[in-house]
Design a protein around this ligand. Structure first.
Ligand SMILES: [Fe+2]
Length: 205
């Protein structure tokens, strides 16, 4: 339906607030079957260290700009070592999407295992954008024990005065629409491992 044709139609659609969430997360305490265990996190970090890394890329053309994003990415795909995070992330994507957003999803992108050392960060950004229009949901797993680093907080921004700090508990999976602003504050001590995967689907229409 075109905008021209729809402008005279009144939509009495105003769902109650409890029927919608802007983001969702699965902590080990609340969702032990979806969040990763400490052993699973350890195994993934050990696996990541054996993969040749590349710098974290920025924007449509895979640029590197450490003022914007400073992290090392160990990128991989589905295999015997990543099946656990792939399948648990899929469960988180499906659970949250079925309940809150109902986006069209056709699958998942690559698995990025991210290593932040002091100074490592990612300024406020969207994951959705030019050449990334198939990204529907962003899934981030906290692989490190929060005792192992300082800073490195993941924030999701709903509005200028509505900023949400995500839980750091190890194994937690955070899911949010890729069109939402978010950032990772600089790590100030220690090291933080995390994983990001996108649930992808057809462009919005
Ligand atoms: Fe991001």
């Amino acid at each position: 339906m075109s905008i021209e044709a729809s402008r005279y139609i009144f939509y009495p659609y105003n769902p109650p607030a409890e029927n919608y969430r802007t983001f969702s997360y699965f902590t080990p305490d609340e969702y032990p079957d979806i969040a990763l265990t400490a052993d699973e996190c350890d195994a993934l970090i050990a696996y990541a260290k054996a993969i040749d890394p590349h710098p974290g890329f920025v924007g449509a053309y895979l640029n590197v700009d450490e003022k914007i994003r400073s992290v090392v990415s160990h990128e991989t795909g589905y295999n015997a070592d990543t099946a656990v995070i792939h399948d648990k992330m899929a469960a988180a994507f499906n659970g949250a999407n079925d309940h809150w957003w109902q986006f069209d999803i056709w699958g998942m992108g690559p698995i990025e295992l991210l290593h932040y050392t002091p100074g490592g960060h990612y300024v406020m950004h969207l994951d959705h954008g030019p050449r990334h229009q198939v990204r529907k949901l962003s899934g981030i797993c906290q692989l490190s024990d929060p005792e192992d680093y300082e800073g490195g907080t993941l924030e999701i921004v709903v509005g200028e005065t509505d900023v949400h700090q995500m839980p750091k508990q190890r194994g937690t999976i955070v899911v949010f629409p890729s069109y939402m602003l978010h950032r990772v504050h600089p790590v100030t001590a220690g090291e933080r491992w995390a994983s990001v995967i996108w649930a992808e689907g057809p462009k919005y229409r």
